[in-house]
Design a protein around this ligand. Sequence first.
Ligand SMILES: *Cc1c(COP(=O)(O)O)cnc(C)c1O
Length: 400
Amino acid sequence: MTFRSFFPPVRTLMGPGPSDVNPRVLAAMSRPIVGHMDPVFIAMMDDMKGLLQYAFQTRNALTLPVSAPGSAGMETCFANLVEPGDKVIVCINGVFGGRMKENVERYGGIPVTVEDDWGQPVSLQKVEDALKDNPDARILAFVHAETSTGACSDVKALCELARRHDCLSIVDAVTSLGGIPLQVDDWGVDAIYSGSQKCLSCTPGLAPVSFSERAVARIRGRKTPVQSWFLDLNLVMGYWVGSDGKRAYHHTAPVNALYALHEALVILHEEGLEASWARHRRHHDALRAGIEAMGMSFLVDEAHRLPQLNAVMVPQGVDEVAVRKALLERYSLEIGAGLGPYAGRIWRIGLMGHAANERNVLLCLGGLETVLAEMGAVTPGEALPAARAVYSEPARAKAA
Ligand SMILES: *Cc1c(COP(=O)(O)O)cnc(C)c1O
């Protein structure tokens, strides 16, 4: 048997992540490897912290990328902040809130769930009621951008509620970071995690996290050791923060993967956060115009809809799997399927990071329209002019 090198096809990634990666990011990954304690690498890590602080809009000293995907960022927050017996209010309005609940249980906490229908944002009223009913709750946890549905929740208002009721907040920003407004310090977020492969448009495998001073004090004051050795921030800090100017070995940092994240964050910084948010919004507007011109609708109300994750209702009678298969085979274009109650009922079209551009929007609309027209589900000729009209509006073009 012979084994050959793996050469993947070039895809356009417009699903729920990973997203398209800027070629600069892939090029950065192939630069020479250095040791993870090399002074030049340590200097790059300090730079990385500044770049992540910019992306999160925070001055939190404990801001770093965990060496594993977004799920490990989630687990880092719960492993470090939840002690056995702690009551945690967990908001569930999609897949990822459900995973938060599992994390609380596995670390010995007592979850109190606040549930909203899939596609709805987290209800502020329900959270306030839960906080009032559970004065002993210590943490409020929720997802900013629910990737399973495309719904956006109000981080600022939820963190205000948490503070008023003496709770720390844990926020999932895996899909929000870089794509929509997020102000960690101004909004009073205590613990937040993200992922490298969504709106940061880096390769998968790293999870930026950031912790407020209140959260760090909670971690330092734990009565029990953090259950996970690998994710214990008290140990991780020895490498990422150091003491007396010295860094202690904890685990071998994924050196080249960190070059990639560094480059992705430099690209975000060059563009500017606000310009990036506006770009996501603009391409969403164009995509939406095309989708609606084909007579299709969105799962989430406009007021709570994420620009970077578009949950589009599959038209009656259409075999959604066949559509995704045709897009992949004929256009090398990936879009996402629905999950849970929306499996088979929605497509999830991502416009994340580098993938949020006019070429992709037109490719996706043209491909969808072609395939759906062949199935007799839509009348061709409507989608592209509608999107083009959005791109031709001078005010929008200037804002982006
Ligand atoms: C993708 C995602 C995660 C998990 O990230 P992985 O990198 O896949 O581990 C967690 N939360 C949300 C909201 C996500 O979209």
